[in-house]
Design a protein around this ligand. Structure first.
Ligand code: GLN
Length: 304
């Protein structure tokens, strides 16, 4: 079946789906998003495309951007990076402080908030103009110079980012933050504010489906080995304390964000992005997961 027709079929089959989720409301700007938006876009490494619904509408990719920050930091630091941040699933919520105390300020992985904040700190030590240089990297990987931060979201998150400030302060006491806290957090909040459409997001992650080579920009972003490892971190840590369940249901490496987006990658085949703003209790898109579960089932493309 054509992907387009399949998207329609899956969407129809989800008409009765009772979405008890809620739009993220701890960030005031995200609370304003229309809960009924839904988009999906697939891009294959052999240049096939299919989209459905609101797949050309921008949304806040939030934590999905953590994978891009990790990618760039990994190119600078190689394996040394993992002295400051682990690669184990945390089994805790994305903004948890819980394990940091016992783990001496070393976050379990780079895809929870604490880990991404350390990655931001690492990037700040390598980049001359961190925000501008990082955005340039994202624009290169996405093949789209119009990708940007959203100042409105940055301001909104800063107004209520108490937990993230607690995380960075705690890590500073353990010596795992080298730069000024306010600068690191300004960078982190900007990272989370990046806006993309499902269409753009699926293209941006294509390099991870293609052994680190970006077919959009025709550039080597990562070595095949590093690309494999980023996928492995997404597989085990991309959905916080729901990573096992996502793996169980969907069977692909992926990453979610509290804006309601999910991107998932099939190494050697495709990258797919979905957007549905209502989140479950773990902060992951409810309908997004349901859609991807059916998609990998219908196409028989779980990696397992
Ligand atoms: N910006 C959000 C935060 O720091 C990112 C969380 C997420 O997408 N899971 O809380």
């Amino acid at each position: 079946m054509e992907y387009q027709a399949l998207f329609l079929k899956i969407n129809n089959s989800l008409k009765g789906f009772q979405d008890s989720g809620q739009v993220a409301n701890y960030i005031p700007e995200l609370a304003k998003v229309d809960a009924n938006k839904f988009g999906v876009h697939l891009t294959t490494i052999d240049h096939k495309q299919a989209g459905f619904g609101d797949d050309n509408e921008k949304f806040s990719i939030q934590s999905i951007a953590k994978v891009l920050a990790l990618t760039l930091a990994y190119t600078f630091e190689d394996e040394i990076l993992f002295k400051r941040v682990g690669v184990e699933p945390s089994g805790t919520p994305f903004n948890s402080l819980y394990l940091l105390e016992t783990d001496q300020g070393i976050p379990r992985n780079p895809l929870i908030n604490a880990g991404a904040i350390v990655v931001c700190d690492v990037l700040m030590s390598h980049l001359k103009n961190p925000k501008a240089d990082f955005l340039k990297f994202v624009q290169t990987v996405s093949g789209n110079s119009a990708i940007s931060y959203c100042e409105r979201i940055v301001t909104s998150e800063k107004s209520c980012g108490y937990r993230n400030m607690a995380l960075v302060n705690l890590m500073k006491t353990f010596g795992n933050i080298k730069n000024k806290i306010d600068d690191v957090m300004d960078f982190y909040f900007n990272l989370c504010s990046i806006q993309m459409t499902c269409n753009e997001l699926s293209k941006t992650f294509l390099f991870l489906a293609n052994d680190g080579f970006c077919p959009v920009s025709n550039k080597v972003i990562l070595s095949p080995s590093k690309s494999k490892r980023i996928n492995s971190v997404m597989q085990s840590c991309g959905f916080y304390d729901e990573a096992g369940e996502f793996s169980f249901k969907v069977g692909l490496p992926g990453k979610s964000g509290v804006g309601g987006g999910i991107v998932a990658v099939h190494p050697g085949k495709y990258s797919i992005a979905v957007w549905s703003p209502k989140l479950n209790k773990k902060g992951n898109s409810n309908k997004g997961i349901a859609f991807l579960e059916r998609f990998t089932t219908e196409t028989d493309t779980s990696i397992f």
